[in-house]
Design a protein. Structure first.
Length: 307
């Protein structure tokens, strides 16, 4: 077994393997990204809009243009409303039924439910309030119909007509100066097989990473074997701690002498290799000064070093 391991060039294999893994990883990210493209674009633009809107001096026309763009590009957007501090609708990107009213007022659905709101004009609609982060997770991952509705049903089990309820996700941005706010009203249309793509992508990534992990431990095992160190100890440490183990191993070797003839790691104090008897320090034939690995001339007297 050890004789086989000694013959393999793990360094080369690991480098080639990492390059191949990176290519596969980029491919996976591009593939999954393409499936979620419109969702990712929505999240990105949503962030931009809310960040800009929350600044002191925002440009309303600019904001409207951006809002129009994400409304057009995302199937999830039901409507995006800009309200003044009196809750009057000053802009609606989709001219939905909500824009038919002058004002858009939300009330807490029940005292017991913190996240659910209703608008008195639309009794059959419940708005679930989402923080920015929740909206991101819901947009990318949620199977809205099944999961959010189930959660909602669990919380309002005492209501008998919840099946007739339409559910929208609501997220908002507020400008503290003007009191104006933007309501992002969304429906989540899950990406077909989206969760499966993410699961398979993760499984492939974990698998690739595990192989790399084992390869690195094998490399250290092999190197320790060649260096007459305990391969099980160093291979084991690397198997548990990965790159940290490798770094400790390299530092350990750096702090010791390595026999130039047989490769054994030797204590700094050793003058002769305990494995092959070779004198560990080469010395200059003229002046006797110590010669280091890659020296071509003696550092003390300038004598050319003979092999
Ligand atoms: Zn030796
Ligand atoms: Zn010399």
């Amino acid at each position: 077994m050890n004789s086989i391991i000694e013959k393999i060039n793990f360094k080369k294999i690991i480098i080639i393997y990492i390059i191949i893994s990176i290519i596969i990883g980029i491919g996976l990210i591009l593939f999954i990204g393409s499936k979620f493209q419109s969702k990712i674009e929505f999240i990105y633009n949503y962030h931009e809009i809310s960040n800009e809107f929350e600044k002191n001096n925002y440009n309303l026309e600019n904001i409207k243009n951006k809002i129009n763009k994400i409304s057009e590009n995302s199937k999830d957007v039901v409507d995006i409303l800009i309200l003044n501090n009196e809750n009057e609708i000053i802009y609606s990107s989709k001219k939905s039924e909500f824009a038919e009213q002058n004002k858009f007022i939300l009330n807490k659905k029940n005292n017991t439910l913190n996240n659910y709101f209703i608008n008195p004009n639309y009794n059959n609609i419940t708005f679930k309030l989402n923080s920015k982060d929740e909206l991101i997770i819901n947009t990318i991952l949620s199977n809205f119909d099944l999961e959010v509705k189930k959660e909602y049903e669990d919380e309002i089990f005492y209501e008998t007509d919840f099946n007739k309820q339409e559910m929208y996700l609501l997220s908002y941005s507020l400008n503290n100066n003007t009191g104006e706010k933007i309501y992002f009203i969304n429906q989540i249309n899950p990406v077909v097989n989206g969760k499966e793509y993410i699961k398979i992508g993760l499984a492939i990534a974990i698998f690739l990473f595990m192989i790399y992990w084992v390869l690195l431990a094998l490399y250290v095992y092999q190197d320790a074997l060649k260096s007459k160190l305990s391969p099980y100890l160093w291979g084991g440490i690397t198997l548990i701690t990965n790159i940290a183990g490798l770094i400790v191993y390299i530092i350990y070797k750096k702090n010791n002498k390595i026999c130039f003839k047989c490769g054994a790691v030797q204590n700094q104090r050793n003058i002769y290799c305990t494995y092959c008897g070779t004198k560990l320090d080469k010395t200059c034939s003229k002046c006797g000064a110590t010669i280091f690995d890659k020296d071509e001339y003696c550092s003390k007297c300038g004598e050319k070093i003979k092999e």
